[in-house]
Design a protein around this ligand. Structure first.
Ligand SMILES: [Cu+2]
Length: 470
């Protein structure tokens, strides 16, 4: 164990790849020693120590797997194994992943590289790895039973191919897929272009992460693997807000963000304060004629999107999935809308019967962000996080894109909260309020209401507690 830890200290934390010189001839004949990560924080970019040069990516709350160069072949060692992943401070999940974390480490290579990946199976069942999006020999495609036998428990298989196409890819099992992906088995893959590429621009910062989702009951540790759509934790690289690190850039940086979706629903990913171009998919770089500016791009199931922008507006800009229930953490379902219902008296009665009963949302749900209900062990508040001006009332797929004038080139550290210059922040109006002008007829001038319909309100509540459609 000690040697593995030393190896990791030298290779991973120092941010340097494993140089061929550091590995003995004897070791080269054997498997590359697996590098294990024990942290969930964003690790610094892994600057390549050998092979063709490239500008490395930064994996949000993740890391890049070091390799060894063996006679011109880049050798990686992935270990599929049970892991404990911190989803956010206060909640840990028992997942399956690779090399100590879920998702597994990012693999970065260069177009034309010959790559050899040793995959050791330390799971309690068989597995495989599929290299999503890549051009590879059919026998390396990793569909268990179709392209290869499953990798049995305790065995190591070798995948070897040339990374033919530059772009943004991912990897995941193609064996007992629903279970293994629900448990967190996945990772990112970036193939950098060999030299200048007409459709791939050089950028100052290059981020990547996977969209994933879990169904973990509050108070428990292991995802339910038979859930089809009703997940309750919406995560980026198996982290939920406020556990997702911010993306920290320098004013004027060209920024690329690569996103892959391995959940079972689509995610409209939205950035504040800037416009971006979709410059690539898992099919490769997009032709210039197909690019237009967006502030939201939908990433469908099994898709990857690569976006690029000029970070030319200073500030703390929200960056999140635009499905509002994806910026919330686990909550009880079937909670009725209580806005406008004053149930203070009712509560007294109910509390005498059910001591833990709690009223939710009679003035909207913002109370939840402020109060943070008492929680069972090992879960996250539904809405949480505190910014410089109060509760942020978020969860799940939410973080902050921080643009700073004084961020040093190559410095990915969190610069803290942005201080808006005086006179550039929304403020309270304290003058008199004018009465709004109103139309006299309710139907408008061209179509006045003929007669008022009788006021009626229908609420359907089924006996099992699920509300019907209103
Ligand atoms: Cu979403």
């Amino acid at each position: 164990m000690a040697s593995r830890r030393d190896f990791f200290r030298n290779a991973g934390i120092a941010g340097a790849a494993v140089a061929a010189a550091s590995v003995s001839r004897v070791a080269l004949a054997a498997l590359p020693e697996p590098v294990i990560m024990d942290k969930a924080e964003t690790q610094p970019p892994l600057v390549p120590a050998n092979g063709r040069p490239y500008n490395p990516v930064v994996t949000l709350n993740g890391w890049t797997l070091p390799w060894r160069m063996n006679k011109g072949v880049k050798e990686f060692h992935l270990v599929a194994e049970p892991v404990i992943r911190e989803i956010a401070p206060g909640m840990k999940a028992h997942l399956w992943g690779y090399n100590g974390q879920s998702p597994g480490p990012t693999i970065e290579v260069v177009e034309g590289d010959r790559v050899r990946i040793f995959v050791t199976n330390r799971l309690p069942e068989h597995t495989t790895i599929h290299w999503h999006g890549q051009r590879i020999p059919n026998g390396m495609d990793g569909v268990g039973g179709l392209n290869q036998p499953q990798i049995p428990v305790g065995k190591t298989y070798v995948y070897e191919f040339v990374a033919r196409r530059p772009g943004t890819f991912m990897y995941h099992p193609h064996a007992d897929e629903m279970t293994q992906m629900a448990m967190g088995m996945m990772g990112f893959w970036v193939t950098h272009p060999k030299g200048a590429h007409p459709l791939i621009e050089a950028v100052d910062r290059d981020f990547c992460f996977l969209l994933n989702a879990y169904d973990i009951d509050p108070g428990s540790f292991t995802p339910k693997v038979n859930t089809m759509l009703d997940f309750n934790l919406w995560t980026w690289n198996s982290r939920a807000f406020p556990g997702i690190d911010s993306l920290n850039v320098r004013l004027g940086d060209k920024v690329r963000i690569r996103i892959g979706n391995l959940t079972m629903t689509n995610h409209p990913i939205h950035l504040h304060g800037h416009e971006f171009l979709v410059t690539g998919t898992d099919g490769g770089p997009t032709p210039l004629s197909t690019r237009w500016y967006e502030v939201t791009t939908d990433v469908a199931v099994g898709q990857m999107r690569q976006i690029e922008l000029l970070a030319d507006e200073e500030g703390d800009w929200a960056f999140h999935c635009h499905k509002s229930h994806h910026t919330m953490n686990a909550m009880g379902h079937g909670v009725p809308t209580m806005i406008g219902v004053d149930h203070r008296e009712v509560v007294k009665t109910i509390t005498s019967l059910i001591p833990d009963y709690m009223v939710m949302g009679e003035r909207g749900m913002a109370d939840m962000g402020e109060m943070e209900m008492p929680l069972p062990d090992n879960t996250l508040p539904m809405m949480t996080g505190t910014g410089p001006y109060g509760p942020v009332e978020m969860g799940g797929m939410f973080t902050v894109f921080k643009v700073r004038r004084d961020q040093k080139p190559g410095d990915y550290k969190d610069p803290g909260w942005y201080k808006q210059p005086p006179g550039t922040q929304a403020y309270e109006w304290t003058g008199p309020l004018a009465q709004p002008a109103r139309f006299k007829s309710e139907g408008g001038q061209s179509m006045p209401a003929a007669g008022k319909p009788a006021a009626a309100e229908v609420k359907v509540r089924k006996p099992d507690g699920h509300s019907g459609h209103h």
